[in-house]
Ligand binder design. Structure first.
Ligand SMILES: Nc1ncnc2c1ncn2[C@@H]1O[C@H](COP(=O)(O)OP(=O)(O)OP(=O)(O)O)[C@@H](O)[C@H]1O
Length: 240
């Protein structure tokens, strides 16, 4: 493996392409994506359904591999990495949050987070992780005793308790109403600010992009526009 290019740069992609082969049909989901993302940034991936957002996020997180092109994590090549390398990358470096929370119903909030902290090298405690997302008083509640927004915040606590370098969120508020969605985004914002975690959030919702440092607009598998916000709007001030 080569020497990392720069300590500040987390992801670097060049000419990233992803083609899904389904039967006779080839679907080109990414058409040559070039990007750079740095430590501590909050980046929004914005685009219509089918524009390639989840494909890109999954490749950044080592859940999938590109068909061609280069992808580096802190200088280390992820394209062409074998399954063991990708597993260790996902386990040590990446926290994922999806639209649905995937909590274990028979475990409390604390126990759901402890599943991850028990197998991590240098985790925070489940209690600290749950405090960070504003659930300090609900640690012993089961998922069925929590609202959708609270369950999503448990999922965020679970994702960040191992102190990942990167937090990847695929439509984290997709199943929530506006007010609840904002409490979830406040948790994401706090983690990004206080832990310095590079945070990438997928959304359909252009209003949400105002909380980001940078917004990448995807269309037909390409980044068609990139915008840097002069200031970040606090999540609690977002309106949609
Ligand atoms: N496993 C797969 N097999 C075949 N085609 C796929 C697969 N996953 C995604 N695609 C196709 O790749 C393209 C990009 O999909 P992707 O899910 O990345 O878009 P998206 O912007 O995240 O969409 P959405 O907002 O609806 O989740 C779409 O045309 C989609 O149908």
């Amino acid at each position: 493996m080569s020497v990392p290019i720069s300590t500040g740069v987390v992801f670097q992609a060049q000419k990233l392409r992803k083609v899904y082969h389904t039967g006779e049909l080839d679907v080109v989901a990414l058409h040559g994506v070039d990007l750079e993302m740095s430590a501590g940034e909050l980046v929004c991936l914005l685009g219509a359904s089918g524009s390639g957002k989840s494909t890109l996020l999954n490749i950044l997180g080592g859940l999938d591999v590109p068909s061609s092109g280069e992808l580096r994590y802190k200088g280390w090549p992820l394209d062409g990495a074998d399954e063991n390398t990708l597993t260790s990358f996902r386990r040590n470096c990446v926290g994922f949050v999806f639209q649905f929370y995937n909590l274990i119903p028979s475990l409390t909030a604390r126990e759901n987070v402890a599943l991850i902290t028990d197998i991590s090298a240098d985790p925070m405690t489940p209690e600290d992780a749950l405090e960070m997302v504003g659930l300090g008083k609900r640690m012993d509640h089961f998922p069925s005793q929590l609202s959708g927004g609270e369950q999503q915040r448990v999922a965020i606590a679970r994702a960040i308790a191992k102190r990942p370098e990167v937090l990847l969120c695929d439509e984290p508020t997709g199943a929530l109403d506006v007010t609840t969605g904002i409490t979830v985004l406040e948790a994401v914002e706090r983690i990004n600010r206080e832990l310095g975690t590079l945070t990438v959030v997928i959304t359909h919702n252009a209003a949400m992009a105002e909380m980001a440092d940078r917004v990448m607009h995807l269309s037909d598998g390409k980044i068609i526009n990139e915008q840097r916000n002069a200031t970040r709007l606090p999540a609690r001030e977002l309106k949609w």
